[in-house]
Design a binder for this molecule. Structure first.
Ligand SMILES: *Cc1c(COP(=O)(O)O)cnc(C)c1O
Length: 368
């Protein structure tokens, strides 16, 4: 009952109609898989009256495609091969300068697919990419998805925390137009691993997952109004993860949660301003969430900037000073802050950037 109450609350926060439903999952990986599974089964049922549950994949399956940006999470491809479509069935749309899906390129992709008689089963928009926290343009992507009769799955594993923010909620505008949404509570909702949810606009779509077992959830129980959570989940036995979230909300309240989210975004903004001011760094994007991706720029003899950024991380780790995040952007090695802790201060970030600068200089000049 408590899981259902938390799920109903979540559907409301997203702005979904009363037909919506949700279920707790093991994480964004499982939620993305569920969204794409429903999208596949819905496409085959609505276009060819075909039941994957009964008959497996039809011959037309080789024409099915998922579409996501280059920055979409790798679990989109993983889901594609687990769903019997192969990772080649994922079409990757380029991103703009802020690492959001280029919607003009998306429109071109859809037009080209139509000519080639490929079926756009689902478009995956990312609200909060793992590397940059960039948020795809949800209203525009929703419009294109509707025109192409494609399912819109919003991977908001990371970005969904903005639902609670008074200042940044508008960045998720259009999420209510999705067919399904992935939410991770073990990221910016500060829950102990694992705690996540899959949310679907029309809960009736969950029938693609449903199986009735006489010992567990016979249809007679459902007719009697007894909740059946097995029917909407990939797992049979699972943990009561909704409890953690519910207790956290009882303790902190929605306002406090929202303020904590806002604080981490403020910290990222501050770091970006400082990085821009310090001549030794290059900032790779304007932070939308808590991620800040940047790079130490070598001016001296230390020619290989990739190796230098790598060495800075290693040196600071070896000295027990900091564990710096990292990623590659267009093949270049970058450093990364992921602001998650609302207790971090601006001073902490300034001091850390200072230390990175000093370490970079030491490595460049060969002094220790
Ligand atoms: C973290 C993340 C995932 C994967 O979620 P898990 O909870 O680790 O399974 C998927 N998509 C995005 C955008 C993420 O940030």
């Amino acid at each position: 009952m408590l899981e259902l109450a938390v799920c109903e609350w979540l559907c409301g926060e997203i702005g979904f109609p009363r037909s919506a439903g949700a279920v707790f999952t093991a994480g964004g990986t499982q939620s993305n898989f569920m969204g794409l599974l429903l999208a596949r089964d819905y496409a085959l049922a609505s276009r060819w009256n075909w039941s994957v549950q009964q008959n497996g994949l039809p011959p037309q399956a080789s024409r099915l495609r998922f579409i996501g940006s280059e920055m979409a999470h790798f679990t989109v491809e993983k889901s594609a091969f687990q769903l019997g479509m192969g990772s080649e069935a994922v079409i990757k749309v380029p991103v703009d300068r802020e690492f959001r899906m280029d919607t003009i390129a998306l429109a071109d992709t859809l037009a080209r697919m139509q000519k080639e008689e490929l079926i756009p089963v689902a478009i995956v928009a990312t609200a909060g990419t793992t590397d940059f926290g960039s948020i795809d343009s949800l209203p525009e992507i929703a419009r294109l998805a509707r025109t192409a009769s494609a399912w819109l799955h919003v991977d908001a594993a990371y970005g969904s925390a903005l639902l609670l923010s008074n200042t940044h909620r508008s960045k998720l505008q259009g999420i209510e137009l999705a067919d399904s949404v992935s939410v991770d509570f073990h990221k910016k909702f500060w829950q102990a691993i694992s705690c996540a949810a899959f949310v679907v606009r029309d809960a009736a779509q969950l029938r693609h997952l449903e199986v009735h077992a006489d010992y567990l959830n016979p249809e007679s129980q459902e007719e009697a109004g007894i909740p059946n959570l097995v029917g909407r989940s990939l797992a049979t036995t699972r943990r009561f993860d909704a409890l953690k979230l519910w207790v956290s909300f009882q303790l902190l309240g929605r306002e406090k949660f929202g303020a904590m989210v806002d604080r981490t975004l403020e910290l990222a903004k501050h770091a970006a301003v400082r990085i821009r001011e310090m001549k030794c760094f290059e900032l790779l994007h304007e932070p939308q969430m808590g991620c800040v991706v940047f790079r130490y720029v070598s001016k001296g003899p230390y020619a290989d900037a990739d190796a230098l950024n790598q060495r800075i991380r290693e040196r600071m780790f070896e000295r027990g000073e900091a564990v710096l995040g990292h990623t590659r952007v267009h093949g270049r090695q970058c450093l990364k802050f992921t602001c998650m802790n609302p207790v971090t201060t601006e001073h902490d970030l300034d001091a850390l950037l200072e230390r990175i600068q000093v370490t970079g200089k030491e490595l460049e000049t060969g002094s220790t």
